[in-house]
Write a protein that binds this ligand. Structure first.
Ligand code: G6P
Length: 609
């Protein structure tokens, strides 16, 4: 979602701003732009679509100046056009914004009465006009910005430059992230430390309500009631190196292929290689042992990882679990038990709904545990305890390697909790730990042997609707498979509990509907799912069975397509069965010719609600 970068420096700002925007691209966007101060005047360049379009425009007309701001926009208010692209500006001020100004309509009406002329459909433009209005009343840039900020409602972060003020960049954080970067004679603002990593390692994360006055040699931070405050400056562990696609045609394919290695790294961080035992920090296990309830909360793909984990925590660790998507949970005012643990799972660590759900749980005195992939993220910083997935930077918008690493981490956590709760014996523990340790090798085999999936994708690509079915811990994998297909191929798909199919989706089944059934013969629920497959076939449905040799053999007369995986232990089934549905979505998207890594309308870091 929208990315912000700002520079007050000594060198030409444009190339640095563009490089920063490239590192914000992964968040998902549909237009971009920069503004600089050239001889004291605000100059702007904006373009619809990819950053390459902005770069082309800048080749013709470069923007001069050492102070500037840049933005990648994910449209909320107003279509993704050049006019609506940020920065928004008047002669006196230019603004980039991430988030939503909820009272923009009231402010706009007020400003229109004062003869302000609006040129865009965005909520952001009111900020530029409001600050300009206060500047015209004779206020200093700082006072004008503060007075305007006091009037904004919603969740937002901002970077603002002022005509004639080469040594000033004002930033504000109110709900969505913003970080200050400390350079040598140069200072920066950005949505995340990843964008700033090539420029500086010295980073300060603003807290909610903070405002900052950034100059070449300093950054003065104030709370929203104008009290000076200091925030910790830390050395970021983010790498400044660029993450490239290597020999792969897309980041999504590269990230699918990285799974054996990164799942291995993640597992190795929890499994002691010499003892083969799972090691989870004591304080986490103590909280989980005593807890009357574990509440799992996340969004999107991370939510499905949580849903898989619910089966593990309940069946294996015997911990009562509740689970919800963050956008629903945060507003439903759920009562929470004393001593409860709330677990948040997030790749970016910045998803606003997840963060707000976390804050609600904090107020309910829950112990806050999070599983995040992006180090130093807001969710990590606001949690009591954290476990990291070691998936590395995930660039494709559709999450793949982060998801399976989340599941691997949750599996280790559930297993360690089962042990401390005494709900499994030593033999079961050893068998399940062994199953986890075999994941990288089995995953590598699935990935290297994807020719059947590639071929089947040609047929699936012709469908208008695809139904995914699974039972038990494979039900969330069915939903994840459907989500992945929707996201990257734009084919309508839904994931259903196999046993629930007859309560609705069965009405949609005919000879044009492919049904992707996930059901290994080793699954204790195989026979149940097999009956549901029979029901679908009886209505003309064409079944793609993802299974093992035993399952494929039993259903060979019913299925149209087969993807046969090796034998896997039921405990780790959901982790490994996620990989073929990722590959299927990827290859279908290739047949459709979509923008696989940055699918239309989607964002990777969702910082608005
Ligand atoms: C967006 C992304 C998904 C991701 C979800 C939650 O929708 O496109 O890939 O699963 O946000 O993001 P998080 O960073 O919290 O895991």
């Amino acid at each position: 979602m929208c990315g912000i970068i700002g520079i007050v420096g000594e060198k030409e700002a444009t190339p640095l701003l563009v490089e920063g925007l490239k590192r914000l691209e992964y968040r998902g966007y549909d237009s971009s732009g920069i503004a600089t101060l050239s001889n004291g005047h605000i100059t702007r360049c904006r373009a619809k679509g990819k950053l390459a379009n902005l770069e082309k425009k800048l080749e013709k007309k470069s923007l001069e100046g050492t102070t500037g701001i840049g933005h990648t926009r994910w449209a909320t208010h107003g279509a993704p056009t050049e006019d609506n692209a940020h920065p928004h500006a008047t002669e006196k001020v230019a603004v980039v914004h991430n988030g939503i100004i909820e009272n923009y309509a009231t402010l706009k009406a007020e400003l229109e009465k004062l003869q302000c002329r609006f040129e865009t459909d965005t909520d952001t433009e009111v900020i530029a006009h409001l600050i300009t209005h206060y500047l015209k009343q004779g206020m200093s840039p700082q006072d004008a910005a503060n007075t305007a900020l006091d009037r904004l409602e919603g969740a937002f972060s901002l970077a603002i430059i002022f005509a004639g003020e080469h040594d000033l960049l004002i930033g504000a954080r109110h709900g969505t992230p913003l970080a200050i970067g400390y350079g040598e004679g140069e200072m920066y603002l950005a949505s995340d430390s990843y964008a700033l990593a090539p420029l500086t390692k010295k980073i300060c994360f603003l807290e909610d309500g903070d405002r900052v006055e950034v100059r070449r040699q300093s950054a003065k931070i104030y709370t929203n009631d104008n009290k000076p405050v200091t925030r910790e400056i830390r050395i970021t562990a983010q790498s400044g190196a660029n993450t490239g696609k290597g020999a792969y045609s897309h980041f999504m394919l590269k990230e699918i292929h990285e799974q054996p290695a990164v799942i291995g790294d993640t597992l190795n961080s929890f499994i002691n290689p010499s003892t083969g035992k799972i090691h989870i920090p004591e304080e986490i296990l103590t909280a989980l042992k005593k807890t009357p309830r574990l509440t799992l909360i996340a969004c999107g793909t991370a939510f499905y990882a949580c849903q898989v984990a619910k089966y593990w925590f309940e069946q294996i660790a015997r911990v009562p679990c509740e689970i919800d998507v963050a956008s629903e949970f945060r507003y439903r005012e759920a009562p929470m038990p004393k001593g409860g643990v709330a677990l948040f799972v997030s790749q970016s660590g910045e998803t606003l709904d997840t963060l707000e759900a976390l804050r609600y749980c904090k107020k309910q005195d829950q112990t806050i545990l999070s599983i995040v992939n992006t180090i130093e993220s807001t969710i990590e910083r606001e949690s009591d305890m954290v476990l990291h997935t070691l998936a590395g930077p995930e660039i494709a918008v559709a999450s793949t390697k982060a998801t399976t690493c989340q599941m691997a981490t949750l599996a280790c956590l559930a297993l360690a909790t089962a042990k401390i709760n005494g709900s499994i014996n030593a033999k079961q523990e050893q068998e399940m730990t062994m199953a986890l340790r075999h994941i990288p090798a089995t995953a590598a085999k699935i990935i290297s042997d994807d020719s059947a999936i590639k071929e089947i994708a040609q047929d699936i690509g012709k469908a208008a609707y695809v139904l995914y079915l699974g039972r038990g811990s494979l039900f969330p994998v069915a939903m994840e498979g459907a989500l992945k297909l929707k996201e990257v191929s734009y084919i309508y798909a839904e994931g259903y509990a196999a046993g629930e199919m007859k309560h609705g989706p069965i009405a949609l089944i005919d000879e044009n509907v492919p049904i992707v059934a996930l059901s290994p013969g080793s699954d204790p629920l195989f026979e149940k799912t097999a009956s549901n497959i029979q029901e679908a076939v009886a209505r003309g449905g064409k079944v793609l069975l993802i299974s093992d040799a035993e399952g494929a053999g039993k259903l060979s007369k019913l299925t149209k397509w087969n993807v046969e995986l090796g034998h896997v232990h039921p405990f780790v089934m959901p982790i490994l069965y996620t990989i073929p549905v990722q590959l299927l979505a990827y290859y279908v998207a290739i047949t459709k010719g979509t923008d696989v890594d940055q699918p239309r309308n989607l964002a990777k870091s969702v910082t608005v609600e």
